[in-house]
Design a protein around this ligand. Structure first.
Ligand code: URA
Length: 425
């Protein structure tokens, strides 16, 4: 077997055999296939796609490149959620302890942010003392004691994906349905969860800009999970505008704590409860009541225990950025657009996100939204507050917002997008 014949087969529009897929994933993981060869193959896959059987084999080969976790010793059933990533998407933070409060175990292996979408670990690291890196034994211990854990995936889980994702990131080959589906599902299946709910984002702030592409990604991932014995469903959810009223690490933790305290923005509460219901149903606990667990404080209790178990102080003051800049409305009317991508890029430029994998992030940086699409606006009222420790970035962030905030005349009819657009599975 050699890399050039595998690349040529896909470049010429053919399908890869099982043996070719097994060999190339294994040889790339071991360093025998060079990065330039794998990037040529990733581009050929990006351009020519893979059929269902190829995607299934590619996913299985990536799972086989590393270890599989085993939670069978836990007394509770495991269930997990994965979001394809969006702006202001802090849902994992209230969701994991909420589902634990309802009786399931949630082993959340999360990532850091890259580009305009935030990362769950970056958000939680704004809590003083909180630790993302846990050994497998520590992770099992927190799961057994608290019922939920959110931590970094160890190096042993789908190492082929770790290498390939970093390569795709710098070769313009991220946005490929076969590569995204196999990347996400190899990690989730290797993680060993019993069931999985996928939150597939649709809109300007998401990988998938239109609903048809999102449906195809969702049904590919649901098929992969089901074939591997993991009960999997997907919700397609709106990412044309940021979720909630904050984008940025500590800002999003603060909003998540509001949700756990029984308040918080309506869209964040709606999506958290919808995903919790799906997870509990997939886990065989359809009668659990997540809305009640938010209202009666049991979800908050699990959050506090989860943060403490990972070294964090749930009562500590969260970091606040040194400088703020308020953007006021330029006219009366109705807010028709608050574009998720524009807000995500602006928050990133303020320091909330990173351009390279090892860049630091500012805990306090980001954007607070004072209005949402559909709201009536009066000229001069605050629309956004920008937060950063590096005020020289304000101009650069404001440029990103150009055209992303639109106010139409007050008599304009505005149809709000539902939070949940569709369900697959
Ligand atoms: N998230 C992943 O883990 N992989 C992708 O390819 C895209 C998003």
């Amino acid at each position: 077997m050699d890399a050039i014949s595998v690349i040529r087969a896909k470049r010429d529009g053919g399908r890869l055999t099982d043996a070719q897929i097994d060999w190339i994933i294994d040889a790339y993981t071991r360093g025998e296939v060079a990065h330039e060869q794998m990037s040529a193959l990733a581009m050929a896959i990006y351009l020519n796609g893979m059929d269902r059987a190829e995607i299934a084999r590619w996913t299985a080969a990536m799972i086989a490149s590393g270890e599989r976790m085993d939670f069978s010793s836990l007394p509770r059933v495991t269930t997990d959620k994965h979001s394809t990533g969006g702006v202001g998407d802090k849902i994992t933070l209230p969701l994991a302890p909420l589902v634990a409060a309802c009786g399931a175990a949630v082993p959340q292996l999360s990532g850091r942010g890259l580009g305009h979408t935030g990362g769950t670990l970056d958000k939680l690291e704004s809590i003083p003392g909180w630790r993302a890196a846990l050994s497998n034994d520590e992770m099992l211990g927190v799961l057994a004691d608290v019922g939920s854990v959110i931590c970094a995936a160890g190096d042993g889980l789908a190492p082929a994906d770790k290498k390939l994702y970093a390569l795709r990131d710098v070769t313009g080959t991220v946005e490929s349905i076969p590569l995204i589906a196999s990347s996400i599902m190899s990690k989730k299946i290797a993680e060993g969860t019993g069931s999985l709910v996928l939150d597939v984002k649709v809109g300007s702030g998401a990988f998938m800009k239109d609903i048809e592409a999102a449906r195809e990604l969702a049904s590919t991932m649901v098929g992969l999970g089901t074939d591997h014995g993991v009960r999997t469903v997907a919700l397609l959810t709106d990412m044309s505008t940021p979720l909630g009223l904050t984008a940025g690490n500590a800002l999003e933790v603060r909003e998540s704590v509001e949700v756990l305290a029984g308040g918080g923005p309506a869209d964040v509460v709606e999506l958290t409860v919808a995903l919790a219901r799906e997870m509990l149903t997939a886990a065989g606990l359809p009668d659990a009541d997540p809305a009640r667990a938010l209202a009666d404080g049991s979800a908050m209790d699990h959050w506090r225990r989860m943060i403490l178990a990972q070294g964090g102080d749930p009562d500590a003051e969260l970091p606040v950025a040194r400088e703020q800049h308020v953007v006021n409305a330029s006219a009366d009317g109705v807010l028709t657009t608050l574009d998720a991508y524009a807000v995500g890029v602006a928050a990133w430029r303020l320091g909330a996100g990173r351009a390279r994998r090892d860049d630091p992030v500012q805990a306090g940086a980001g954007i607070e939204l004072h209005a949402k699409p559909g709201d009536r606006i009066v000229a001069g009222q605050p629309l956004l507050t920008l937060h950063t420790d590096t005020p020289e970035k304000f101009g650069y962030a404001l440029e990103a917002l150009n055209g992303g905030v639109l106010i139409a005349p007050a008599d304009t009819r505005f149809e709000p997008q539902p939070v949940v657009l569709d369900r697959i599975g």
